[in-house]
Design a binder for this molecule. Structure first.
Ligand SMILES: *Cc1c(COP(=O)(O)O)cnc(C)c1O
Length: 497
């Protein structure tokens, strides 16, 4: 690593060994100290019946407050986050989440607002949700938006249920859904979950959908086509108008996966391309936390024809303010409790309001510029399987590095040694050994330059010291876990045995 650039960001310094909480502490140590109550009769055995009072739990760790705080603070420092460093995870849009969003969602009027509060006392929250729907409609060119779904994948399921409900109301829900071979895995999963058979569309040699394929595959049994634009290679589907026209002429519908909306905002509108339904990933495009599996939000935009079927409740504006409409006999029902993940809606609303229309457009311009800068700087060092024009992300592969037996995984793991989160790898599936880089608009030119220099260093090391790569990362807590075993047989419980 002698020729590694001096990055202040590289993971280095002390490596803290951290035992489990169960291995810390000592018998009798407590996390609290309460003085004796001056009021007689307030001891626990006066307040609760004996069978409600818990005995000691065998094997529970006994710790001080400081033991617990240090334990979790140390563990938190092993995490990689966008607040700490560059996170070019392609397709996931790991942009910076402004702290203003957090200030707004903590306002007590929002944070302490119970979802069962009567409508008349919920006007502020209802107005926020209504206006967020309006903003998303304007950005996407859709006629309606439901804010309920909790993630992109759940938005997809909601969209397919809407397609099913609409086609059923016309007499035949049909059986199949078409999707390109570059689709995100959630697309076929959502379709199958709703009972549809998935038909794959092969991409052409430029990585795009050929309308001739749609013409060949689209039949009376096909309910819809599901596509991502720009697609998962970051490339704009040039023939989108021809594609949506063919599908509509044969009675089908078009679902748009909106995960890549960061490339288009304020420049073009998905709804104007003949797309009938679209999900927004608020945790990607609209700067809400991705949450480590926690709450996200995947609102769905829909054209007029889907209005009767939208999930309940629907938030409406009337002369007296805002109201919740639950009387919707044709609705597909609820897809999430109450109004969805409300905290995410407040954050996304704040983000949109703080940027305004010009700022929203600027996001996409900068996201595309940043990705193309990386593409231009690295194209002589890493192979570009689809060299055509691309937007907010760029997909390289390991063809050059394989000559010295260095694979995509090895390149990704080496980035960890340099202090970067690896890009998305081995996706989309149509690219062998894919390395998918999405810098987002958040990053400065200095950060991009440093990352580019690191990638060039890695390309150099792959030629000069290829043998080292199989052991990398060398500086992280854990180097090469068995990822398949970790996913298939996770150990989720601590046991004394
Ligand atoms: C992230 C993503 C999804 C799924 O969205 P979640 O919010 O993670 O459920 C679907 N399609 C594409 C292209 C994505 O990048």
């Amino acid at each position: 690593m002698s020729n590694a650039p001096q990055t202040p960001t590289a993971a280095q310094g002390i490596v803290i060994e951290e035992p489990l909480l169960f291995e810390l502490g000592s018998p009798g140590r407590k996390g609290y100290s309460l003085s004796q109550s001056p009021h007689p009769g307030t001891e626990i055995n006066h307040l609760l019946p004996p069978d409600e009072i818990r005995e000691e739990i065998e094997g529970m760790p006994e710790l001080s407050e400081l033991d617990v705080v240090r334990h979790f603070t140390r563990l938190s420092q092993w995490n990689f986050s966008v607040d700490a460093n560059f996170y070019p995870l392609g397709s996931c849009t790991m942009k910076y989440n402004p702290k203003l969003n957090e200030d707004m969602v903590r306002l007590s009027g929002f944070a302490e607002h119970h979802p069962h509060t009567p409508e008349t006392k919920s006007q502020g929250s209802l107005q926020l949700m209504f206006e967020l729907q309006e903003f998303l409609k304007e950005i996407s060119g859709m006629d309606h938006v439901t804010l309920q779904p909790a993630a992109g994948a759940q938005g997809e399921m909601t969209g397919i249920l809407l397609i099913h409900a609409y086609l059923l109301s016309k007499g035949n829900p049909r059986k199949k859904i078409l999707m390109p071979d570059s689709a995100h895995g959630t697309n076929p999963a959502s379709s199958a979950l709703c009972g549809y058979h998935v038909v794959q569309i092969p991409s052409n040699d430029q990585g795009l959908i050929d309308p001739a394929q749609i013409d060949r595959l689209m039949d009376e049994d096909t309910a819809a086509i599901m596509l991502t634009n720009p697609n998962t290679l970051g490339m704009f589907e040039q023939d989108i108008l021809k594609i949506t026209e063919i599908v509509h002429k044969r009675g089908g519908l078009v679902y748009g996966d909106g995960a890549n909306l960061n490339a288009l905002m304020g420049i073009t509108r998905i709804g104007d391309m003949g797309i009938d339904l679209l999900h927004f990933n608020l945790h990607k495009t609209f700067s809400t936390p991705h949450g480590g599996g926690g709450p996200g939000a995947g609102p769905v935009g829909a054209k007029k024809i889907f209005e009767p079927f939208l999930p309940t409740p629907v938030i409406e504006k009337f002369e007296g303010g805002f109201r919740i409409n639950r009387d919707r006999p044709q609705s597909i029902g609820k897809v999430k409790n109450f109004f969805g993940n409300f905290g995410m809606l407040v954050r996304a609303y704040t983000y949109i309001r703080s940027l305004g229309p010009g700022g929203i457009r600027r996001i996409s311009e900068m996201a595309v510029l940043n990705a193309n800068y990386i593409k231009a700087e690295l194209k002589d060092h890493f192979h570009l399987p689809y060299p055509g024009p691309s937007l907010h992300e760029v997909v390289f592969n390991d063809r050059e590095q394989l000559k010295s037996d260095v694979k995509t995984t090895d390149i990704a793991k080496t980035l960890i040694d340099f202090g970067y989160h690896p890009p998305t790898i081995y996706f989309p599936l149509i690219v062998k050994g894919a390395l998918m880089i999405e810098p987002t608009e958040s990053e400065s030119k200095e950060t991009l330059d440093q990352f580019i220099a690191t990638m060039k260093t890695i390309a150099g090391l792959a030629r000069s010291e290829p043998g080292e790569f199989a052991r990398r990362p060398l500086k992280s807590k854990v180097s090469r876990p068995d990822e398949a075993a970790a996913a298939r047989k996770p150990k989720l419980r601590w046991t004394t045995s």
